[in-house]
Write a protein that binds this ligand. Structure first.
Ligand code: 1PR
Length: 586
């Protein structure tokens, strides 16, 4: 059967570039194909899988807009070597091409148009060559995107990419593990079955009559959106296979080697919706001997109560992260807890930790600590963007900002003006808000009356030491050392405005206590903002996780001590949540 693309390829047409290498003889160049109303080649007619000599090479289109380290690591992990696209000819000559689009739609299209890569991509796809687009690499195939637009896309698939509608009561960005409704002969999704895969995006392609022939799966988040397309050898997915654990790796494997056997056993439980995430957090710092260790505080005090008063050492960061990945953590966070005083780019071991971890851990990695503008001892100035860029290059999927976000929020609350200059705003603008977490370190302050302070005050479930019925949550900086004149509520609302995509909500009072999350605080913040909130601090039992999910709108819950001390395995937490009918990824 010959399928026809309903839309002409007009938006593919860019000023013709000189292709530095000639197309393979098996490829029809766009010029030869000529007409705008091109017929899509039948799936098998031009299907040419790589010969055995090049079977282990995959061509990667990385136009330099962000972190594609994760996909590189996943491909290497699967035994493939990577050939980078340097010229449009490299696209035309590829045996199989992966396009992990990163960044925003408009700048990506700009690069594709200016370099001639867009046209080469269209030709490659028209010729039904093996192609896998990921995330933005799916969206760019459509006619238009509303992201800072409308902006014209490649026009391979008819339809539009638009922002999720948060007025429908959903949190945007869509972050986390969601279920697919897999349609016809998806091939690369054969192993996904009823499992969750990892999404992180604010824009989505909308299913329509015009593009229904392309759709191989949809996902539900407030509404149905296109989670993957397939026509012949051309595939694209909105989720991140390189961040979807073993299931995601099998999606990549099935694309690279369609004959590879199915690996996943059938699931007992069917994934049906966005899962609540369970996150393992590693507070990392150098101990007095100079080793980088995972440590853990009691209310942020990470030193042992012994004569030596040494930094508590709970293990090696890379080993522990690897273990938590195997145990089923949905995400792993590294917090460089002395980053506020030491310059993180001077902390090469931390960068190495990230690099090594990302080679074997295929769930999202967040790293925080010390993200701010900095001038080193030699007078060299580093912008916070450079610090974040180095973290992203080293394998982070998201960065988390603590102290610097407090200063930015204070300024914004005072002036009502967005300067665009804060680290939060700059990083969010360049990498997208889904890549920016704000970590809040609040401390509970009891008051007798709601009017006692100019901050949001709530009635607390458990009264204070002197019977106080109210409290506000004071934000701190420098690892809890300094209280600031802003509450967690005011901060959360401000950082959402400034471009945060997610909030990591700690609580100094509960940290390391094992008595449960501060559900008053988590409820306050998760009801105040429209971005996902991660509840943190105080987990001691699996029941604490179900409690926080049942009583608040938290999207994820994070713990440290109970996992490090092996008191509660991650799997026990998840099994308990399932028993309570709370959807989790298994
Ligand atoms: O201010 O941008 O340099 O970021 C510093 C980062 O380091 C912040 O995210 C801050 O939360 C973190 N941090 C600084 N000092 C400490 C400390 O403990 N002395 N750790 C610290 C914060 C809190 C949680 C912890 C949970 C769960 N750690 O992340 O993992 O409370 O613990 P639990 O399950 O054992 O109760 P910047």
């Amino acid at each position: 059967m010959e399928a026809t693309t309903a839309a002409p390829f007009s938006s593919c047409v860019t000023p013709r570039q000189n292709l530095s290498s000639s197309p393979s003889s098996l490829l029809l160049s766009r010029k030869k194909l000529g007409s705008a109303n091109l017929k899509f080649k039948s799936p098998r007619s031009l299907s040419v899988r790589a010969s055995s000599a090049s079977d282990s090479v995959v061509t990667l289109l990385d136009y330099g807009a962000g972190n594609v380290r994760s996909i590189r690591n996943a491909l290497r992990h699967l035994g493939f070597s990577i050939k980078d696209v340097k010229t449009p000819g490299d696209i035309l000559n590829a045996d199989r091409l992966i396009f992990p689009g990163v960044g925003a739609f408009a700048p990506a299209m700009d690069v594709l148009n200016k370099t001639g890569m867009g046209e080469a991509l269209c030709t490659y796809i028209e010729n039904d060559r093996p192609f896998l687009g990921i995330c933005l690499g799916l969206q760019l195939l459509f006619d238009f995107s509303e992201e800072n637009g409308p902006v014209k896309g490649l026009g391979v698939i008819p339809g539009t990419v638009g922002r999720f509608d948060s007025s429908a009561g959903i949190r945007v960005p869509h972050i986390g593990w969601n279920a697919l409704q897999v349609g016809k002969d998806s091939e690369i999704l054969d192993d996904v079955g009823s499992r969750h895969v990892y999404f992180v995006h604010s824009y989505r392609a909308i299913p329509s009559n015009e593009n229904k022939d392309w759709i191989s799966s949809t996902c539900h988040y407030g509404e149905s959106f296109i989670s993957s397309i397939r026509k012949g050898n051309v595939h694209a997915v909105q989720f991140h296979p390189e961040k979807s654990g073993e299931v995601g790796l099998s999606v990549l494997r099935r694309f690279l080697d369609p004959k590879s056997p199915l690996k996943q056993k059938p699931m007992e439980r069917k994934a049906s919706k966005l899962a609540k995430r369970v996150i393992a957090c590693l507070d990392v710092r150098t101990n007095d001997k100079g080793d980088l260790v995972v440590t853990k505080g009691d209310q942020y005090d990470v030193r042992e109560q012994s004569n030596e008063n040494e930094v508590r050492n709970l293990g090696k960061p890379v080993d522990l992260a690897g273990q938590y990945y195997k145990d089923g953590a949905d995400e792993i966070s590294f917090l460089n807890i002395t980053g506020f005083r030491d310059f993180p780019l001077g902390d090469l071991p931390m960068i190495q930790v990230l690099r090594y971890t990302s080679e074997n851990v295929f769930v999202p990695l967040t790293v925080g600590g010390g993200i701010r503008d900095f001038t080193d001892a030699t007078g060299r100035y580093y912008s916070s963007l450079e610090v974040a860029a180095e973290y992203f290059r080293s394998g982070a999927d998201k960065i988390s900002i603590g102290s610097d976000a407090v200063y930015a929020a204070e300024e914004f609350v005072k002036s009502g003006v967005k300067t665009g200059k804060s680290s939060l705003e700059q990083i969010s603008r360049v990498y997208g808000n889904q890549a920016v977490v704000v970590s809040i370190d609040p401390r509970r302050v009891y008051v007798n009356h709601p009017d006692d302070v100019p901050y949001k005050v709530i009635r607390v479930t458990n009264p204070g030491p002197n019977g106080e019925e109210y409290a506000w949550y004071q934000c701190t900086v420098s690892g809890g050392r300094e209280g600031r004149p802003i509450g967690a509520y005011e901060l959360a609302k401000a950082v959402e405005e400034l471009g945060a995509g997610e909030i990591l909500l700690n609580c100094i009072d509960c940290d390391g206590q094992g008595k449960g999350f501060d559900t008053d605080l988590v409820k306050l913040i998760s009801d105040a903002v429209g971005i996902p909130v991660i509840a943190s601090s105080g987990a001691g039992t699996p029941e604490h996780f179900s409690e926080v999910f049942e009583t608040t709108n938290a999207s994820a819950a994070l713990a440290a001590g109970i996992f490090h001390r092996k008191e509660v395995p991650i799997q026990s937490v998840k099994e308990h949540l399932l028993e309570k009918s709370i959807e989790v990824r298994m």
